[in-house]
Design a protein around this ligand. Structure first.
Ligand code: DGL
Length: 271
């Protein structure tokens, strides 16, 4: 066990730590910051090891433990795994290994099944997420009364890591991946990877405005807030709190991509 927090008196002023295989989890960070601007946030982008989607569960678990150890060393009161792929294979391990609250993400199959009018739901996600036992469990629990069509989006995370949100090559990739869902008649599409909300406008362009797109960033932020409130772990701070970014990206323009996605100047440290 690497983290014990209960004895720390000012733990409410500790940060909520968020991480992803790269910059995609910034889509979740934005919801957390919008909902809880007084909470200090730290974000770790494991861009050097992105994408996680084609790694083995053991490789992803090792990354998660290394990153969590680093983040917990930065005065952290809660951990948000802002990655569907990492959550699918590591959330149980992380919850066993650490005593602090650990939150994860999963593709929004349940809300999509409820939102779909024609009972056909498409899911865009990574290969790792779609192959996971957790995803099979989601389908078992919430996908029984709808037809669920899945599509792994190989190469899309890499486009977003490069900040290519509006490039013709990204558009072509999305056309390629969305068409099978449209052919099956999906009226609701789950963005089952935290990178994908950054290309939501492009996806809309491809699928049209009648298709409902669903991701879980806002729901996760709400859940984090409610749970921290129930644990008496919300900050007493009344000022807007700092948001600090860490990246291990080898790209020289990591700060540019982070600021492009965060949509304002960012405090970024490369390690
Ligand atoms: N943002 C991660 C997710 O939600 C991307 C995984 C990857 O790096 O392949 O699944």
């Amino acid at each position: 066990m690497s983290a014990t927090h209960n004895s720390v008196s000012n733990i409410r002023e500790y940060a909520i730590a968020v991480f992803d295989s790269g910059v995609g989890g910034i889509s979740v960070l934005k919801h957390l910051h919008a909902l809880m601007p007084h909470e200090p946030l730290i974000y770790f982008a494991d861009s050097k090891h992105a994408p996680y989607g084609n790694k083995t569960p053991a490789e992803i678990q090792a990354r998660c433990i290394e990153i969590a150890d680093f983040l917990i060393g930065q005065n952290t009161k809660a951990l948000v795994v802002a990655c569907n792929t990492a959550t699918a294979v590591s959330i149980n391990l992380l919850r066993k290994h650490y005593t602090l609250p650990v939150f994860g993400m999963e593709p929004a199959v349940k809300p999509a099944a409820e939102a779909s009018k024609n009972g056909i739901v498409g899911v865009l996600a990574t290969t790792g997420t779609l192959k996971s036992a957790q995803f099979a469990g989601l389908l078992e629990n919430y996908g029984r009364n709808v037809k669920v069509v899945t599509q792994a989006c190989v190469g899309l995370v890499e486009c977003i890591e490069r900040g290519e949100l509006n490039e013709p090559a990204t558009l072509r990739l999305l056309e390629h991946y969305c068409q099978p869902l449209l052919d099956e008649g999906a009226d609701t599409i789950v963005l089952g990877c935290t990178h994908y909300p950054f290309v939501r406008p492009l996806i809309k362009q491809v699928v049209g405005s009648n298709i409902c797109l669903i991701d879980t960033g806002a729901a996760v932020a709400n859940h984090v807030q409610n749970r921290l409130a129930s644990l008496n772990l919300l900050s007493n701070n009344t000022q807007t709190a700092p948001v600090k970014f860490w990246t291990n990206s080898v790209a020289r323009d990591a700060k540019r991509v982070i600021e492009q996605l965060w949509e304002k100047p960012a405090d970024v440290t490369a390690i």
